[in-house]
Write a protein that binds this ligand. Structure first.
Ligand SMILES: Nc1ncnc2c1ncn2[C@@H]1O[C@H](COP(=O)(O)OP(=O)(O)OP(=O)(O)O)[C@@H](O)[C@H]1O
Ligand SMILES: [Mg+2]
Length: 237
């Protein structure tokens, strides 16, 4: 049987502000296995980013159980959750979130430098170079990130997200700021990474891209309404 990376059971999220309660997620259950490439689509405001924040341990659910690699997240204190986030989760956002003052190499090295493992410099150099090769950005290692095209910046962001070898890559609209050619390159890269074994959970509005996933989910009003469909028609429903 394949390893379970993530298991959500009966997850709900209610945002409470002074006078309104917003039910962003209602009773969401989901299992993600090692090697899965899961895409999630759904209309604006349906809860996609909320779900991603909970999966990424950036926010906590109001109700339900969430396990990362069989460890129950609600039983962890904030320090432990941060440790799991650093060790097990890689993030790729629509806005690349790179640090302009640092070189491409140093941006990718950041998660290793912040890791509790205390990696040796030789290991960091080797691992960063390996990841830059994977995303075909070795030739720009010493450039500042603001000297790169959008597509190149996203590829660097992906290298940074995989450098610490996370159990899962969480990706939110990775092509939202890219032209279609760069977007295609980024999507092909994610597909390649998945074929090499990286587990991916991706939010995308684009049915063409969702179709690259091995499992396609739809979120609507905070509820997972369809699972394991391979039909692109259902994604535009
Ligand atoms: N911090 C917050 N406080 C209060 N309500 C929030 C907060 N964050 C999100 N919401 C509400 O929760 C619901 C889900 O928001 P979410 O950002 O998850 O949607 P989304 O599916 O990612 O939308 P989009 O496609 O536009 O990015 C929305 O109704 C939103 O207004
Ligand atoms: Mg969103």
């Amino acid at each position: 049987m394949r390893d379970l990376v993530i298991e959500l059971q009966g997850i709900s999220k209610v945002y409470e502000t002074e006078d309104v309660e917003t039910h962003a997620l209602s009773d969401v259950s989901l299992s993600i296995y090692k090697g899965d490439y899961v895409s999630i689509a759904g209309p604006s405001g349906c809860g996609k980013s909320t779900l991603l924040s909970i999966l990424g341990l950036l926010d906590t659910p109001s109700k339900g159980s969430y396990k990362v690699e069989n460890k129950e997240v609600s039983e962890m204190n904030a320090d432990k959750a941060a440790e799991i986030r650093n060790e097990s989760i890689g993030f790729v956002f629509q806005s690349f979130n790179l640090i302009d003052e640092l070189s491409v190499f140093e941006n990718v090295a950041l998660p290793l430098r912040y890791s509790e493992e205390g990696y040796a410099e030789t290991f960091i150099t080797q691992r960063v170079n390996e990841c830059l090769e994977k995303v075909e950005m070795s030739h720009r290692a010493s450039h500042r990130t603001n000297q790169l095209s959008g597509g190149q910046q996203q590829r660097v962001a992906i290298a940074r997200a995989i450098v610490a070898n996370p159990a899962i890559l969480l990706v939110d609209e990775p092509t939202g700021n890219l032209d279609s050619k760069s977007g295609d390159q980024v999507m092909n890269l994610l597909k390649e990474l998945n074929e090499q074994g990286t587990t991916i959970f991706m939010v995308t509005h684009d049915p063409r891209y969702a179709d690259k996933a091995t499992r396609q989910l739809i979120l609507s009003d905070g509820k997972l309404s369809a699972t394991e469909s391979k039909s692109p028609e259902m994604l535009s429903a």
